[in-house]
Write a protein of this length. Structure first.
Length: 265
């Protein structure tokens, strides 16, 4: 077997457990080849399960460790790692839970997982300097209609028909005993952002969330405002900008060039 083919077979065995093609080429040195390969397979499975557990702690708390381990193992079988960075593993776990039959009755579970993944991304995201207001002030008035804002890399937006922020808060180890939570009572639209070394969950009203979504999608301020005003005719643009510049949600701007659709600084 060529070295390249052996490496590919070993990688496949680690992800899928399919070790048959590899066994004739394993020197056991007193240990059965299948047992020797199993050591590596078990270590990989353990590490990936631990990575999922580190991100989705509330999901585990909601379903219990045996159920979580079963779901994690099924996920690991179907979704091998595609990155050398273990922090990137588990991005599709919420979608996996969406179609995972044993969790079908827990309708809020996939969105709770989406919140935990968003918090994970925000915690590990790059930092960014605050918006330079003096540079914004020098923008020619003719460019105002094509102005777009850039959100901080450590920001994510999440909307759910379930109160996932409350579910997350009530399932923290230090959380005080709460009254029973009515899962179907309210949905929430969240700005998930990092402040220092802490991740914050900031509920947004419908118009403000629409504005943030539009800006995150690269739309101009004028276009984003139109979308927000369609949700709430009383939406005030200036207070929105001041608040999110102060929160460092908005950290940069660009001008969309009408002729080619490209953006400039």
């Amino acid at each position: 077997m060529l070295l390249r083919d052996m490496q590919a077979a070993f990688a496949d065995a680690l992800s899928t457990g399919g070790i048959a093609a590899l066994l004739p080429h394993i020197v056991g040195n007193g240990i059965a080849p299948a047992q020797r390969v199993a050591v590596y397979c078990n270590n990989v499975r353990h590490n990936r399960r631990a990575a999922l557990r580190a991100v989705y702690a509330v999901v585990e708390r909601l379903v219990g460790t045996p159920f979580f381990d079963y779901a994690a193992d099924r996920y690991i079988e179907r979704y091998p790692s595609t990155s050398g960075d273990i922090h990137r593993y588990g991005a599709s776990f919420p979608e996996f839970l969406q179609g995972f039959a044993p969790a079908a009755q827990l309708a809020y579970l996939p969105d709770t997982a989406r919140l935990e993944w968003a918090m994970h991304l925000v915690f590990h995201a790059a930092d960014h300097a605050p918006l330079a207001l003096d540079r914004l002030g020098r923008l020619p008035p003719a460019s105002h209609a094509a102005l777009g804002f850039t959100l901080h890399p450590a920001c994510r937006l999440l909307s759910s028909p379930y109160p996932v922020h409350r579910i997350w808060e009530w399932n923290q180890p230090e959380a005080a005993q709460q009254e029973r939570l009515d899962i179907g009572s309210e949905g929430v639209s969240l700005l998930v952002k990092r402040s220092g070394h802490a991740v914050e969950l900031l509920p947004q009203d419908a118009a403000e969330f629409t504005m943030l979504q539009a800006l995150a999608a690269g739309r101009t301020v004028a276009s984003a405002y139109d979308a927000a005003a369609a949700v709430d005719s009383g939406f005030a643009l200036a207070p929105f900008i001041l608040r999110h510049v102060g929160l460092q949600t908005i950290v940069d701007f660009h001008v969309v060039q009408a002729d080619d659709g490209q953006s400039g600084p």
